[in-house]
Design a protein around this ligand. Sequence first.
Ligand code: SAH
Length: 354
Amino acid sequence: MTIKLSDLDKLQLLRGASDEALFAEADRIRREVYGDAVYLRGLIEFTNYCRNDCYYCGIRKGNRNLSRYRLDKETILGCCREGYGLGYRTFVLQGGEDPYFADAPHGGAVSDGDRRLCDIVASIHEEFPDCAITLSVGERSRESYQRLFEAGARRYLLRHEAASGELYRTLHPAEMSIENRKRCLYDLKDIGYQVGAGLMVGAPGQTLTHLLDDLHFMEDLKPDMIGIGPYLRHADTPLGKSSAACAQGLDKEEKLKLTLRLLAVLRIMFPYALIPSTTALGTIDPNGRELGLKAGANVVMPNLSPAEVREQYELYDNKICTGEESAQCRSCLEQRVMSAGYRIVTDIGDVKHE
Ligand code: SAH
């Protein structure tokens, strides 16, 4: 079930007459569906190679000030073993669109990249049959998504980034398109994945009208998971450089507020959705993830990547949690969840459609 809001209602909520009433309503709805549960997802950032050049992203191909890494299968399985011991029952493999794992250029044929990625997924699935495998590795052909599903992946995170073609084009190079991004999301859904869409709040040039476009798109897609966080600049990206030069856009406080309001609106519109309180929220404000939980988020994604590569997965400047061991990260988040008034649960945490 989804709840219909008029565009006027959406805009009024985003402009925020009263945060407290909005957050209380979101919290009420979340408790109705999920109680005080907060689901854990162990995030493994397994490669920072990327063939794309998104104008906002720190691991874009054009960033030469970054040393690149790729974890091998044994290292990834080691992360999963550590995570399993810490109670994780979902592993999220996220990375850039690494050419080493790429699908065949026009779909159809199995590529070496498909084989490598399928092999990793199948090995995790075999060793941890009671765990969910989530992938977040960008745009691929339908055939490739199908193979990964058959290898054992069941969830896929692919933020649509901007449903408006006009805004999408100012954030991405010409060879990327919102049409292909949407095609991927509908293919994934059709194959049977639980699908996550989402966007960055306060991206340069983004207006409330663009956010309405995002809400309309998600009303159509009905994503199982929704990932949103504030846009944060990275100094070695085109947008990071230009926003430093002209200081346009929302300031930190405004971005935090708008992200929290959008989170609450999403919870009200999609009562069943799994919505993480993201690392970007924790980066923009030390208390950001607690505030996110209170505004309707019900997932946290502690980092399980080996400590020595964490700094190299720098999507934006000053990303938090890069210096910690996995166990520290887990207990830090547990404390935060408890202090916000919720409870970590360690089951597999599938989406609850009624
Ligand atoms: N290659 C994968 C994973 C991308 S990184 C994919 O295409 O889905 C995961 C998310 O980080 C992106 O979807 C984007 O929304 C977010 N991100 C990237 N750069 C960011 C920045 N500068 N500020 C905030 N979030 C950012």
